[in-house]
Design a protein around this ligand. Structure first.
Ligand code: AMP
Ligand code: ZN
Length: 304
């Protein structure tokens, strides 16, 4: 009988070289979340209980688990969902989120790209064929999350990015020596401008597979559907497959790699370019005239 590493009862969960019974896995998992919040000498404390936190939820396992944990540990949270209008994928996400919101009596902030922001993603994709869908969609989501958090006076935005996301982004940035990306992909991004809200990733110590096990164990509803625009695309998932292969042969390298990056953050902390204000929406941008969001929307300066 394989024994749980913590309590020596029979183990039921096996992850890499770790073995736990269900109860000890939950303790290990929640401690990893709390260690991320507290910083553990790797970075500053992410959140305090006084801060108003906007939790960005997609309906996938990561952000649903994040929502559950921030609520369980009594942070002052409001879940935010942006309906992207991607057919069945978006409908299923919305259903999962609405159900969980009712079950936990959480007051939701819900927005719809088309209705609230007059954004038609299909039209934007067709006008920007040279850019990857995920990059366009990510850029729009990031802008809106920040804008909503700023407009509603939130102190922080929490997202469900996990260890596999962090490792893949840093790995890819290193392959390309993309220093800008390295300096932006940190689990805590402090407020650097009056209109830029602090961003945190409290699940950055946990792997995809651990989050999936926890979500199932705790019966946290979530959708496993893949975004229709992501399917079949060479996205970060290919990088993740390569990293998974290395990790199998080189046990624990994901954590060593990512925590090492955090310890050596100063190597990539170059002076940031000055931020200007977008001539249309007034939000901060490194561009000369219009921010990327306004450019994607096809806005022209003349409209001002
Ligand atoms: P993704 O960019 O799809 O990998 O998602 C990364 C994180 O962004 C998720 O873990 C969520 O915290 C957040 N997120 C993604 N999609 C949405 C959405 N439609 N509405 C609100 N937050 C989202
Ligand atoms: Zn703008």
């Amino acid at each position: 009988m394989a024994k749980c590493l913590r309590c020596k009862k029979e183990a039921s969960i096996f992850i890499d070289s770790l073995r736990f019974c269900d109860d000890c896995f939950k303790i290990y998992f929640e401690n990893s979340f709390l260690r991320a919040i507290n910083g553990e000498g790797l970075h500053k404390k992410m959140l305090t209980k006084d801060e108003k936190v906007l939790v960005a939820v997609s309906g996938g396992k990561d952000s649903m688990v994040l929502w559950y944990l921030l609520k369980k540990y009594e942070f002052n949270i409001t879940p935010l969902h942006i309906n992207l209008g991607y057919g069945e994928f978006s409908e299923e996400s919305l259903k999962v989120i609405n159900d969980f919101s009712k079950k936990t009596s959480s007051k939701l902030l819900l927005f719809d790209l088309k209705i609230d922001f007059d954004i038609d993603m299909k039209e934007i994709f067709s006008r920007n064929k040279n850019r990857e869908f995920c990059s366009i969609c990510g850029s729009i989501k990031r802008y809106l999350m920040n804008k909503i958090a700023y407009d509603y006076n939130f102190d922080a935005i929490a997202t469900g990015h996990n260890l596999d996301d962090g490792v893949a982004v840093v790995f890819k940035a290193l392959l390309n020596w993309d220093i800008d990306s390295l300096s932006r992909n940190y689990p805590i991004l402090e407020k650097t401008h009056e209109k830029l809200v602090k961003k945190v990733k409290p699940l950055y110590r946990l792997q995809d597979k651990e989050i999936k096990i926890y979500a199932d164990l705790m019966n946290i509803p979530h959708t496993d559907l893949i975004c229709p625009y992501k399917k079949g695309k060479v996205t970060l998932s290919k990088t993740k497959e390569v990293i998974e292969f290395i990790d199998k042969n080189y046990k624990g390298i994901k954590r060593t790699f990512y925590f090492g990056f955090l310890r050596n953050k100063n190597l990539f902390d170059f002076e940031k370019p000055d931020l200007k204000e977008c001539k249309i929406c007034g939000m901060p941008t490194t561009n000369e005239n219009l921010c990327n969001f306004c450019k994607l929307k096809g806005r022209k300066e003349i409209e001002v």
